[in-house]
Design a protein around this ligand. Structure first.
Ligand SMILES: Cc1cc2nc3c(=O)[nH]c(=O)nc-3n(C[C@H](O)[C@H](O)[C@H](O)COP(=O)(O)OP(=O)(O)OC[C@H]3O[C@@H](n4cnc5c(N)ncnc54)[C@H](O)[C@@H]3O)c2cc1C
Ligand code: SF4
Length: 253
């Protein structure tokens, strides 16, 4: 499935062929923003939207992403929606896209065209973790354009058992506190592969689980999905933040 970068979010979510084939992606698209915004937002634009960190938008606050070297006012500030994985001393912002979460679970590929020709980048690698250069959100180089996003044929094998769940502070028109896309590939009534990707926990959609066959899930026909212990299942190294975000949120403070 190849989706042009100028396709509107609403058009894609409501396209019957697409929604039937990738209901979890349609679900993610429809959980984002508002109907009016989805009518305007595009595939390429959604991938490249900036973080929703409030300090990034407040020009009176120090922000390394807006002005490299300025500092990060979010650290020690109001961090209940900030990163718990993949953050750095320079920046603890998150990527707010809903669309990207199931796309990462499905191994979507970003088609890029630029002065040096065309290149394909796995969406999972397209967004950058902040490190020492939080001003750069993606691998896109100057002069390059996203022309399409591709879902590989094997992604369709997950579509019947895939869901997107978004937890937010109010039920509509809000960015996620956390979200998850879970997808199972079933063969002969058994789970052949399980994938989970998380949203709004890092500066990219975070692949939390990818297990084939021998997976602990495969012992049961239709289990309750859980990411399980992070160290056992996460193929991406993650250093959970303990002093920000959900640690204070859990206390209700
Ligand atoms: C109030 C509000 C709430 C929102 N809530 C959510 C939400 O809950 N979930 C969610 O996922 N999203 C949310 N969004 C994001 C929204 O869905 C859009 O994706 C986002 O605003 C980007 O808009 P756009 O698609 O029109 O892109 P634009 O604003 O047109 O583009 C964004 C950036 O990408 C660049 N760009 C666009 N297309 C390309 C391309 N093909 N190649 C290279 N560069 C390109 C532009 O130059 C620009 O720098 C929200 C936005 C707003 C304003
Ligand atoms: S978390 Fe990142 S975007 Fe937010 S203020 Fe700090 S440097 Fe800026």
């Amino acid at each position: 499935m190849r989706i042009g970068s100028r396709v509107r979010n609403a058009d894609l979510a409501h396209d019957p062929a697409f929604a039937r084939r990738f209901p979890a992606v349609a679900e993610a698209l429809l959980s984002g923003a508002s109907a009016q915004l989805r009518n305007a937002a595009t595939v390429g634009g959604n991938l490249l939207q900036r973080t929703r960190c409030a300090y990034f938008y407040d020009i009176a606050s120090a922000c390394n992403k807006r002005q490299p070297g300025a500092g990060c006012e979010a650290r020690g500030g109001d961090t209940r929606l900030h990163a718990v994985l993949g953050w750095s001393e320079s920046c603890i912002a998150t990527n707010p896209s809903d669309f990207c979460v199931p796309l990462v679970a499905f191994d979507a590929v970003v088609e890029i065209v630029g002065p040096n020709g065309q290149r394909d980048v796995l969406l999972e690698s397209f967004h950058r973790l902040p490190g020492d250069t939080p001003e750069r959100d993606s691998l896109l180089e100057p002069g390059e354009l996203i022309v399409a996003v591709r879902l590989p044929a094997e992604a369709a094998a997950f579509s019947a058992h895939a869901r997107y769940l978004k937890v937010r502070e109010r039920t509509s028109y809000a960015f996620a506190v956390v979200s998850a896309a879970a997808a199972l590939r079933i063969e002969s009534g058994k789970i052949a592969e399980a994938r989970i990707a998380l949203g709004d926990v890092a500066m990219k959609a975070w692949r939390a689980l990818r297990r084939r066959r021998r997976c602990w899930l495969a012992r049961r026909p239709m289990p309750r999905l859980s990411a399980g212990p992070r160290r056992r299942h996460s193929p991406m190294p993650g250093r959970p933040a303990t002093t920000n975000s959900r640690s204070s949120w859990r206390d209700g403070s």
